[in-house]
Design a protein around this ligand. Structure first.
Ligand SMILES: [Cu+2]
Length: 263
């Protein structure tokens, strides 16, 4: 029985390694400038944890086989030196991984978006995403909570009659962006915590009510993608998504003009 168990563990480990090694279920292609850094860090973390995983499983399989032969187990009070070595090794691994990913992280979160970035507000609610472009004046009109009304399509609570800055704002259900231009998204939630996730952009960011969380990126490949919510936010969570459209600059301008005409 012990031998069967040992063999099963080794077999399971081998299958797992092959699935990762051959990238059977892997990420979609990266379409953002910071994606390569994220992929590199992911690969490094996977390599380190993968080696530890294989080593741990092989030791486990070995011990199961060996324990059967030696009969009664001996009582062990522990080994301080081994405990310290294990703790130091774990600390070094985590600190090392944190240091190696610091640059990628800093570029995404500590360094702000470039000045020429296109700013777009993202509002998440149960169970939809809405996007707002500031229009030609480059200014988002103020939001009035009491005016927020899904039935009339006023998702951001705008009052164009009183606020001139709101008059040219464009609200859409699709996030359209130009290729090769820095984009800054200002993430907001109307109700609960949601999470903005586009695997192709290698971006996943929680959206917290009461906060405006900025994220920035540059998309490098045109195409149609999907934004999903990855925070269990209620009954309709599974259906919470929105289209992402990356376009060439002229096409983006045409698209935005069309959205403006439909307001
Ligand atoms: Cu959600």
């Amino acid at each position: 029985m012990a031998r069967v168990l040992s063999f099963t563990i080794v077999l399971g480990t081998a299958v797992t390694v092959i699935l990762f090694w051959r990238r059977v279920w892997w990420f979609p292609p990266n379409i953002s400038t910071q994606g390569a850094g994220v992929d590199r860090e992911f690969g490094l973390t996977l390599l380190v944890t993968g080696i530890l995983f294989v080593a741990a499983q092989l030791i486990l399989a070995y011990c199961i086989g060996r324990g059967r032969k030696s009969g009664r187990a001996a009582y062990n009070t522990g080994n301080l030196r081994m405990e310290v070595a294990r703790a130091v090794l774990a600390a070094a691994t985590f600190i090392g991984l944190a240091l190696s990913s610091y640059r990628t992280w800093a570029r995404m979160y500590f360094i702000g978006a470039p000045r020429n970035a296109l700013r777009i507000q993202v509002e998440a609610e149960q169970f939809a995403y809405w996007f707002r472009y500031p229009g030609p004046d480059g200014v988002f009109g103020p939001m009035h909570l009491r005016l927020v009304n899904d039935a009339t399509g006023n998702y951001f609570g705008l009052d164009p009659t009183r606020d001139p800055a709101s008059r040219d704002d464009i609200v859409t259900a699709t996030l359209g962006i130009p290729e090769n231009r820095p984009i800054e998204l200002l993430l907001m939630s109307r109700d609960v915590i949601h999470s903005f996730y586009v695997p192709q952009l290698r971006i996943q960011q929680d959206i917290v009510p009461g906060m405006v969380i900025p994220i920035h990126f540059t998309a490098t490949r045109t195409g149609d993608y999907e934004i999903v919510c990855t925070q269990l936010c209620g009954l309709g969570h599974y259906a919470m998504r929105a289209p992402l459209k990356v376009m060439k600059e002229p096409n983006f301008k045409k698209w935005l003009a069309k959205q403006a005409a439909e307001q």
